[in-house]
Ligand binder design. Sequence first.
Ligand code: 5GP
Length: 127
Amino acid sequence: MPHAYDDQNIFAKILRGEIPNDTVIETEHTLAFRDIGPQAPVHVLVIPKGPYVSYDHFAAEASEAEIVDFARVSARVIAEAGIGLGEGGQGYRVISNAGSHGTQEVPHYHLHVVGGRALGRMLAAPQ
Ligand code: 5GP
């Protein structure tokens, strides 16, 4: 089944300039901005400007230029936040939720870059 992109999602509105955001980095293909409800001292969302729903959609269908730009911007976010291991930082976590099992709230592909404190184990134990 093809990926159906809903252009009324909140990140599409941010990309169209209809809703403000706290931009960290913007390039031709990628926008990085602070999460409105940060879960840690560093919590930045990295999104492609193209209409991709999820990690698998982006990785399968985006152009090489989009994918490289996304990866480089993510690395710059980590470096500039001082959490990257190459900067002597103490590390971070990148997360991308997809669909109902992934509890994805906004159906536009995004990478959460989270750090600035010890983050605990990756997944909670099943209830
Ligand atoms: P998801 O659950 O889809 O992986 O995460 C969506 C994230 O988007 C959440 O962490 C939430 O706080 C963030 N978010 C939702 N609406 C807005 C918004 O209008 N602006 C910003 N900057 N972040 C938002």
